[in-house]
Design a protein around this ligand. Structure first.
Ligand code: ARG
Ligand code: ZN
Ligand code: CA
Length: 453
């Protein structure tokens, strides 16, 4: 804008607010010269971003000490950001509680697969009990193995903060046209009928879907690509309540898979008499299934205590697995050390709802489409003899419906209106045979066959 216009505008503002009275003459002149300078330089450059710079220059000219204080403030910002980065890179301290924010992607096709919140919460509880050695079935362990059982000091919460800083619930529900998923990771991708991961450096992504029954669940190992990092669990083995497969109804599929996600290997080392790189789990020939009893000695058992079949990293039934060991715990926690793959989680704050950084979103959950309610008609008994009842349960308000009964040759034999929920018609004057009942008009017409005997 031309300087002249700016000046006139300024003068007007000053007059109308009466500021001139509160300034001494020289103060006023100083300010005015400053603003004029600013306005002038404004008109020389692109108008949109010159204001603050010029303003600062003018402030500093009037008071050189301001320069220092502005610089100090800028340095503060830089320092804090640097410190935050250092915090992210710090090592774990011994037994410090590591909090893992979790986001559950419920990717469902049928309503049955759209598991309840209660079922989800039951799984979270089981997972935390298992990882903290607080599972009530720990009493079933033989003493020798109980002696090496460990509380991993890792806890899981439903994410309270979304990636964009807004409040979250940690549960995403998404309907899909896919009736079954396999271990090909389609469930982790919007494009393939699944749901994209949240930043896997900050969240443990858990997809719950129909895996078709053969696979209970699978996990990505540490080091996997970010967009597929997380675990997938069948909806019918997830949690401890709901309709669950009886052998897998204690939430241990997730415990097992999160074990993998945290770098723990199968207890038999995935080859015959293999090594799981945990010294306190005895060598065992292969996996166990079902519910073995103690001791179960196998080909390469080193002591009479045999296999640690109750370890979460075996394949026993849910009711028969109940522990992680100290060495398994060490493997998990090593992942969080400085520079290691899951170190970022030490700086993840998404478990704390007080740390949301933006306003709420209207809906956090993608709601399932609500099925459209329809009128329900029942005609009974069928076959009928002397009477037939037409029952009409309206989806909304009851509106009069016309009806007509035709013989099989198309002759209208009866007609009238349904004005209440049940209407009984006499058929005694009609011959035996098939009749067509038509109710309603236009696109909402329904037809039913009845047979008179
Ligand atoms: N990935 C293994 C499977 O699909 C999980 C085994 C979990 N075991 C259990 N008892 N829940 O077979
Ligand atoms: Zn496994
Ligand atoms: Ca071992």
């Amino acid at each position: 804008m031309p300087a002249g216009t700016a000046f006139r505008t300024l003068a007007l503002i000053l007059n109308s607010k009466g500021y001139t009275n509160r300034y001494s003459n020289s103060d006023f002149m100083k300010t005015l010269t400053g603003i004029l300078l600013l306005t002038l330089s404004c008109s020389l450059q692109a108008q949109r971003n010159c204001g603050s710079e010029a303003y600062k220059t003018q402030l500093v000219q009037n008071n050189p000490a301001v320069a220092q204080s502005i610089q100090a403030a800028a340095l503060q910002i830089k320092k804090t950001l640097e410190q935050n980065r250092l915090v992210a890179r710090r090592d774990t301290s011994a037994n410090e509680l590591i909090n893992i924010p979790v986001v559950i992607h419920v990717v469902y096709n049928t309503p049955e697969q759209n598991i309840s919140e209660t079922q989800i919460l039951s799984q979270l509880t089981a997972l935390n009990n298992d990882f903290s050695n607080q599972n009530s079935d720990k009493v079933n362990r033989p003493l020798v193995f109980d002696n090496v059982a460990a509380d991993a000091r890792i806890r899981f919460c439903l994410a309270q903060v979304a990636p964009d800083g807004r409040p979250a619930k940690g549960i995403i529900r998404k309907q899909t046209s896919m009736s079954v998923f396999s271990a090909d990771d389609a469930v982790k991708s919007n494009m393939r009928g699944g749901d994209d991961a949240w930043d896997s450096k900050k969240y443990l992504n858990i997809w719950v879907c129909n895996l078709g029954g053969r696979t209970l669940g699978y996990a990505s190992l540490p080091g996997s690509p970010a967009n597929v990092d997380g675990v997938v669990i069948g909806f019918d083995v997830f949690g401890t309540v709901g309709s669950l497969r009886p052998r897998f109804n204690k939430g241990r599929t997730l415990t097992h898979e999160v074990g993998h996600w945290l770098g723990v290997k199968h207890i038999w080392g995935d080859t015959e008499c293999g090594d799981d790189e945990a010294d306190d789990t005895p060598r065992q020939r292969t996996y166990n299934f079902g519910c073995p009893s103690f001791p179960t000695v196998s080909a390469c058992s080193e002591t009479a205590d045999g296999d640690m079949f109750m370890n979460f990293m075996d394949f026993s039934d849910d009711a028969c697995m109940n522990m992680f060991t100290v060495e398994q715990k060490k493997r998990m926690r090593a992942l969080f050390a400085t520079g290691n793959f899951r170190n970022n989680f030490l700086a993840s704050f998404a478990c704390d709802s007080t740390l949301v950084q933006a306003g709420p979103v209207a809906v956090d959950t993608v709601a399932a489409p609500v099925p459209v309610k329809q009128d329900v008609y029942k005609i009974y008994p069928n076959p009928a003899s002397s009477f037939v009842t037409l029952e009409y349960t309206p989806a909304a308000a009851l509106i009069k419906k016309s009806f007509t009964v035709y013989s099989i040759t198309g002759v209208k034999v009866l007609s009238g209106e349904l004005t209440k929920e049940k209407t009984t018609l006499s058929l005694s004057h009609l011959m035996r045979g098939i009749y067509i009942v038509r109710i309603g008009e236009g696109s909402e017409t329904i037809t039913r066959k009845i047979s008179k005997q």
